[in-house]
Design a protein around this ligand. Sequence first.
Ligand code: THU
Length: 133
Amino acid sequence: MTKKEIKKLVNEAIQAKRFSQAKYSNFKVGAALLTKSGEVYSGCNVESSSYSLTICAERVALVKALSEGEVEFEALAISAKRGEFCPPCGACRQLLYDYAPNLDIILSDGSTEKIYKLHELLPVAFSNELLEK
Ligand code: THU
């Protein structure tokens, strides 16, 4: 991805954060998932009064894309608090890995980016390969 494409995806994640439903934690997160065909699916965290039902921004973006028939993914940008990088939680890492182990994960602190491969963030992962043996 070019620097310009990265900045564009990060900007979509920042915009998605505007819709965050985070009245319990006050921690707003936005995510933007780029498909191989160039479409972008955004997501924000959606919290519940029954706290454990909360869904992270990353999983919202992924489920939106999958449910529209997208199956090939390139990169996911994540934005939360200005000045802080927000790495995806363990549950999101697993679900993302199930669909895109090679995904580029772009963390933004509002001005700079850190980029990782998802498989670096979830080494020795459980995956469907084991189920198929
Ligand atoms: N959250 C995300 O949306 N993504 C992450 O990667 C970490 C956590 C949300 C869940 C909850 O609404 C709030 O941030 C605090 O945990």
